[in-house]
Design a protein around this ligand. Structure first.
Ligand code: IMP
Length: 206
């Protein structure tokens, strides 16, 4: 069983981590006393690393983080790494969605093509890292639809799912096709591979 401190306090993300990774990976909550980590990186990978390393430094334990961006073709790939603050620092999900729809007013089908990208990064004391990425292609709809999910889910329709937004799917359906679901399954596979590679002499009695 692998054990990590989850380097996000976002309950929406935490639910998806637990739902996809299942009982084979134990997730400890992020210490409440640890302040927010400024996402000053230029890339999703930089920010995932900043978040995971801050938790490793504070706890001395392995930590896992994700960073996610929504890339919209008609906006030159924005909001991307700035997805959480598209409408300004500390913006609500609803404000970010409204800003996105305003920016896309008048955009055609091609301009509304978009993808979510998630980078998952685990860091250990001593510097070891495991990194995985997941992407889901889709498009941005004209009006929010659905009450599930979080963030930009009400305006993102993944390809191949009958035209429903992520917010119109139940959590398992979203996880089956989503950026985070894909990144976490790749992460779990990478952990398994790394574990198999390290097995001789590790965690065994002499
Ligand atoms: P973060 O920087 O990884 O915390 O995420 C950036 C922003 O992307 C979040 O504030 C959400 O608005 C949005 N986001 C992240 N993951 C998802 C998702 O699975 N669905 C919809 N929006 C998401």
């Amino acid at each position: 069983m692998s054990e990590f401190v989850l380097a996000t306090a976002n309950p929406d993300k935490a639910r998806e981590f637990a739902g996809v990774l299942g009982p084979g990976v134990s997730l400890l909550p992020r210490p409440a006393a640890l302040g927010e980590v400024a996402e000053t990186g230029e890339t999703l990978l930089d920010n995932a690393r900043l978040k995971a390393q801050a938790v490793v430094a504070a706890t001395g334990l392995p930590a896992v983080a994700d960073d996610t961006g929504l890339e919209v073709d008609g906006l030159g790939g924005a909001p991307g790494v700035r997805s959480s603050r598209y409408a300004g620092e500390g913006a609500s999900y609803a404000a970010n969605v409204a800003a996105l729809l305003r920016a896309l007013a008048g955009a055609g089908e091609a301009g509304r093509r978009a993808r979510f990208r998630t980078v998952v990064l685990a860091a250990w004391p001593g510097g070891r890292e495991v990194v995985a990425e997941g992407v889901v292609e889709g498009s941005i709809v004209l009006e929010p639809r659905g009450a599930g999910g979080f963030g930009y889910d009400p305006v993102f329709v993944p390809d191949g799912c009958g035209g429903r937004t992520f917010a119109e799917m139940d959590p398992d359906e979203k996880n089956a096709v989503s950026h985070r679901g894909r990144a976490l399954r790749a992460f779990a596979a990478a952990l398994g591979d790394a574990g198999r590679g390290e097995r001789p002499g590790r965690g065994r009695r002499p």
